[in-house]
Each structure stands twice: as C-alpha cells, then as structure tokens.
Design a protein around this ligand. Structure first.
Ligand code: DCP
Length: 667
C-alpha cells in the first residue's frame, strides 16, 4: 500500500524527552550516597511496605517492578533502598518532583518550541534549530561529532557485521547523499545530544529521547532505549517500527479502541492496520477515528508541539485501597478538604506566579458497592465552574461528590446497600491567562459561562445566566447538559475513568484533549447556544433551605456581572459617588435565595435599567471569589484618589478602573 504523508510534517524535527526513573533521580540528587544503588520510591503508607512508584534501573535488573509493594521489592532485591515520597496533608506531596521537572523544562525550552507533556516528559519542535544548523554548519562539515550523538540508536540503520557502532552512526549522521529529511534528523541528533548533556550538567538528571518527524513517532522512540540514550526514527524505518508495534503499546490504543481493533478487526500490530482502507476504518469507527487510524498506520500525525511550559490542569488525588476504603460521608469530606486545600494552594501559586486562572472544578472517584449487582457501574465524575478560595473549593468538591454518589447509588438508593470509596481526586482545568490591562475583568467573566451553586443536600443547581461579551455585548442562554466526551471520537466508545493510582503523576499536565477524556461520564455544566431569553434556573432536586447558604446571603460577583453588557461609563459618575452602575432592582445584595421565576424577571429588568450600586457595599466574601489580581483592581476603586487617577489614565490607555470595565448602558 502506498504511503502518503503530508509534505509539511515530513521535514519537521520533533524530540520527545523523557526523564529516567524520575522520582528516584530526584531522591538520589537529595541523597547522593544512593546513586548507583538499587533504589525505589514508595508511597508513604505502611501496608506491606508501601507501593512502589519509581524504580531505579539497578533495581529493575534485580527484578523489581513498579507494581510491587515495598516488602515484595525487598524480597526480590534485599539490598534495595526504599525512599518514601514526601508527605503533606496525609498524602504524597509531589512538589519537589514538579519543581525538578520545571528545572528540566527551563533548560529544554531554550532550544525551540517546548511542550511540557507530564511531570517528566517534554516535546520539542527543533525544526528551526535543525534548519539553521543545516544551513550554517551541516554535520558533514563538522570536525568531530559529539560522543553522546554517536551513541544514538538509528532505527533501520544498515550495518555490516563487525562494524563499529559509533562509526556507523557517524557515517549516517554525515551522509552527504541523504535526503533533506534525514539531514534534518541528523542535525536533530546532534542538538538533542547536546541538550541532554546540558540537562545532566545543570540538574544532575539523565534523560532519554526520541527524535523523529512527528510527536507520535518521537514518543514511541524515546522509550525504546533507556536509560540515558536517544533513538532516531528515519522515514525509511517507520513501516518496520509500526509493523512490529503491538496495538496496545500505542498511547491512544491502550483502551477499548485497541481491544476492538484486536477482536473486531483481528489485528495485532499497528502496521496491520495497513490492510484496511480508510473507508473501511471509517465504517467501523466513524469518520474521524477511521481517518486517524489510517494515518497512524502510516506513521502520520499532524499533532503540533504546543508551546506550553505550564500545566494545563492541576489535580490532587489519593487512593484508599483495600481496608482503607472510605465508607462514611464525613471521611470523604475530610479527604476532600485535604485535596481541595492542596489544589487551592497550587491554584494560588499559579495565579501569583503565572497570572493564570482555572475555570472548571472536577471531582473523580472510584468506588464499589456492597451488593454490586451492576459491577460495571462507574462512579460518575462531576464538574462545575471553579470558585476560588479554599472553603469554596472544599464545599463545591463535597457537593459534587454527593451529587455523584446519589447518581451512583440510584434515585431510590437501597438502604441495605453500602458504598466504599477507593480513590478520590479533585482537579482544576480550563486554565487561561488573565489578560493584562484593559478589560481584564470582562475577559475573566467571559471565560465563565455558568455559575453553579452546589447545595449540601447532594443536588446541584445551576443558575444559567447571560455572560457578557466585551466584544459584542451579546448574550446566550445556557443549559445544563451531561457530556460524554470521548477520545475515541465518534466511535461512541467510552474512555475509561482515570487510573487514580497514576492520576497524581499526570493530572497537572494532561493535555486538554486527554483531560476531556478524564471528564468522560462527567456531568459537566457546559454551555450551549440557545435563544436570547436571559436567565434561566434549572433545578435538579434542589433544596434551598440550607442554613449556610442562607447565611451567605450575597450573590456572587460573578453572578452579578455576568448579566451585564459592557458599555462605556462616564468617569464623572465614578468619581463623584464611588458607585458602579448596576440595576437598581438588583441593588439589594442579600436577595440571593430568590425563586427562579423572580430571577428571570429580575434579569429582564436589569437589562433594561441602568444599574447602580455602591462599591463599598460589596461583601468581602464576594471578593474572595475573584482572583487576587482582580480583587486588587476592585479594591483600588474604594480609594477615591486612585479612582481619579484611574479615570485620568483611561485616556492614555492604561485603564485600571472598574468604571472602565463596567460602564453604564450607552443609550
Ligand atoms: N509515577 C507515579 N505513579 C505511577 C507512575 C509514575 O507516581 N504509577 C511517577 C514516578 C515516576 C514518574 O512519575 O518516576 C515518571 O513516570 P514514568 O512512567 O516516566 O517512569 P519513570 O520516570 O520512573 O521511569 P522510566 O525511566 O521508565 O521512564
């Protein structure tokens, strides 16, 4: 079958860099006396010596595997050194490893477009660097090739018996008659070898790398020769590589799709897919997945390296295996509080350091029921828009849990039946930069289309409101819907719930598309375009008699501002009475518990009336919902001098006044 490849991706040079036994290396850097010894990092719990999560290559030689408990590892390798993961809030604290990963990223990022793919993995697009090298100092013109580059594994490289390995590599790298694609790869070999040496020198960590023309092939190659080595995939070797690659070894084929390929199409390797036409694959798996399968069988992947050095999401999780499974709501709440606290801490530092905010909170759990007649029933994951502040995250996480539990146990919940929770995690996703300068508040609110309030009785209510648009001032009706996102595209196949054991490794770095898989089976309060009717409140078995909620008595700032359209406001008004425009109807901040129909009516009125309220009346707790930067902006409005200044500065483009963001209606 002819191999068709898009010309554009042919000439790219992509590297996948993967740290070797990463947590072990981090611990060995802390305790250099452990270097060279069989070592493993274990989870802190004491059951059978804890669970191994990272194993050094010396220990692997003795038969120690990550799936083992500490006691088993000691039996297999009596001299093994077991190092415990640092603990905080009763759970593994991965901050040291995250920072160590960042050290590596900061070095690699200097070489080209860099995508942090997990705590210890990075993709690099080295095309520009390779092209420059090819133009300025091609490998064949170099006096010597670095030793590290000469140790590279080049897939499909022809060698005669007795050839010197390094000499063969040198010949391949310096071939004058090679086509441009291989010449660029040769440059990639030299660049990546230098980068790996740099990482080792500056961080003391060794890493392995795959170098190819796309991400998929680079990732496959990086794991082929470990530790501290690099592997190259020239085009000529792609077919051979894929024809021997078991389907399940391919990142996206590890689940149901891979199983279906094996059982329904009877194939064993990725290369076996070549026997099926694109149409046939589409018939079986839908248009997108069919085309995707057709492409990967040929080593084609158009996925770009994303220039992203920061995580796409943050998460905090914990497993409760065997007898430690949680069986009471108070226990679950205790752990959710711990997890939420950790998550909030990371959200705060992301906000502080990177000026980024997350907008979706998701709860995942794994569970089983005492009399499980439906053993395949998964504990549903739940999401809602994220509110900043530890207590709010804690509250929302617990309410999401209760809503999920109710769904899991069924509406009529058999009283005899009990549940056990074996894993919990909370994650924050849809992270965006806070736009700096003008209209930052507007953009912040734009990013949040719905405002949830999770009630403590386990039900979830969502006020569906109009989000203001800074650009258009248009509004959309929002609705609650259950989404079942699936990596496996239009196959209808579902993606399994996250492996909570591994979640803590990757959750903060999960690419968005993969995150959407994690959110599979979630009740995700996403938005959907609809008519322009204003606010609508949808109830799902909601009770509003929660004392705590009544006490709060204040609508959220997000609730309020999302109902307004951005229009210019006079500076005069702001200066004189320290007010911001607002609906007079809505001026009473303590009317949160209004009925849905009242809310509808109110919003209609708000949109017709100029709004006005005193900024000083805003409750402190409402401020707490906002990112620190935006809080600062609001606070500045309470200082008259500052307001005057802000008003003046508007003219010179450096607006920082609330008046600038939420002006009165332009009539
Ligand atoms: N990790 C974890 N739990 C898992 C898997 C991994 O906590 N179930 C952590 C420990 C690892 C780190 O993530 O050190 C990176 O995971 P890798 O899968 O990349 O494995 P290692 O880096 O440990 O080893 P290798 O050299 O095989 O990549």
């Amino acid at each position: 079958m002819p191999v068709a490849r898009p010309e554009t991706s042919d000439a790219r040079v992509i590297a996948h860099v993967d740290m070797d036994c990463f947590y072990v290396q981090v611990e060995q850097r802390k305790q250099p006396e452990l270097r060279g010894l069989p070592t493993a990092v274990v989870q802190y719990n004491e059951w059978q010596g804890g669970g191994l999560i990272a194993v050094s290559y010396e220990a692997r030689k003795c038969g120690v595997k990550r799936s083992m408990r500490g006691d088993e590892a000691k039996a297999a390798c009596p001299e093994i050194q077991l190092v415990q993961v640092p603990v905080a809030r009763g759970k593994a604290d991965l901050n040291t490893y995250r920072s160590a990963g960042s050290e590596v990223v900061s070095i690699l990022a200097l070489s080209g477009k860099c995508e942090r793919a997990s705590i210890d993995e990075v993709y690099l697009d080295l095309t520009d660097a390779a092209e420059s090298m090819l133009a300025d100092a091609p490998p064949e013109s170099l006096e010597s090739i670095d030793e590290e580059a000469l140790k590279s594994h080049i897939l499909g490289m022809r060698r005669e018996d007795g050839d010197d390995f390094k000499e063969s590599v040198r010949d391949w790298i310096c071939r004058k008659d090679a086509d441009r694609r291989d010449k660029l790869l040769a440059c990639g070999i030299i660049i990546v070898a230098a980068l790996r040496k740099q990482v080792l020198k500056e961080t003391e960590f060794s890493c392995s790398a795959g170098i190819a023309h796309n991400k998929m092939l680079a990732k496959l190659a990086s794991g082929m020769n470990k530790p501290a080595q690099q592997t190259v995939v020239p085009y000529s070797a792609v077919q051979e590589l894929l024809s021997s690659l078991p389907v399940k070894k391919m990142k996206q084929l590890g689940g149901k799709l891979g199983t279906s390929l094996q059982t329904d199409l009877g194939i064993d390797t990725v290369g076996d897919l070549l026997q099926f036409s694109e149409t046939k694959l589409q018939e079986h798996y839908g248009i997108n997945t069919g085309t995707w399968l057709w492409n990967i069988a040929r080593g084609i992947s158009g996925e770009e390296v994303q220039g992203r050095l920061l995580p796409k999401s943050h998460g905090s999780g914990k497993t409760f295996p065997g007898p430690r499974a949680l069986k009471s709501l108070s226990n679950v709440q205790h752990w959710l509080n711990q997890l939420s606290e950790e998550l909030s801490e990371r959200l705060s530092s992301d906000l502080e350091q990177n000026k980024r905010i997350a907008s979706t909170l998701t709860l995942h759990a794994s569970a089983f029921r005492s009399r499980d007649s439906d053993s395949h029933k998964k504990f549903p994951s739940k999401s809602c828009p994220l509110r900043y502040g530890v207590t709010k995250v804690q509250e929302d996480a617990f309410n999401l849990f209760q809503a999920a539990l109710r769904e899991y146990m069924g509406p009529f919940g058999n009283k005899q039946e009990t549940w056990r929770i074996t894993g919990l995690s909370v994650s924050a996703s849809k992270i965006v930069d806070i736009p700096s300068g003008t209209s930052s508040i507007m953009r912040y609110f734009q990013s949040q289309s719905t405002v949830p309030s999770c009630s403590a009785d386990g039900c979830v209510q969502e006020h569906i409101v109009n989000a203001p648009s800074a650009s258009e001032g248009c509004s959309e009706q929002r609705s609650v819907e259950t989404q079942a996102a699936s990596l496996e595209g239009d196959t209808g196949a579902t993606y399994t719930l996250p492996d909570l054991d591994n979640l803590h490794k990757n959750i903060d770095l999960i690419p968005e598309k993969d995150m959407s898989c994690l959110l599979n089976e979630t009740t995700d309060f996403q938005t959907q375009s609809g008519s322009n009717k204003g606010t609508q409140t949808k109830r799902i078995g909601r009770k509003t008699n929660n004392a705590k909620e009544k006490n709060q008595g204040m609508p959220s700032i997000v609730d309020i501002f999302k109902n307004y359209t951005a229009t210019p406001q006079s500076k005069q008004e702001t200066r004189e009475d320290s007010t911001v425009s607002s609906t007079s109807k809505r001026a009473n901040f303590s009317s949160r518990s209004s009925h849905s129909s009242e809310v509808n009516q109110e919003v209609e009125e708000r949109r017709e009336t100029e709004w006005s309220y005193k900024i000083g009346e805003i409750d402190q707790s409402v401020f707490d919902e906002l990112p620190a930067e935006i809080q600062r902006e609001f606070r500045s409005l309470l200082r008259p001098n500052k307001q005057l200044k802000a008003g003046k500065s508007k003219g010179d483009g450096s607006a920082s006044s609330i008046a600038h963001y939420f002006p009165p209606l332009n009539r």
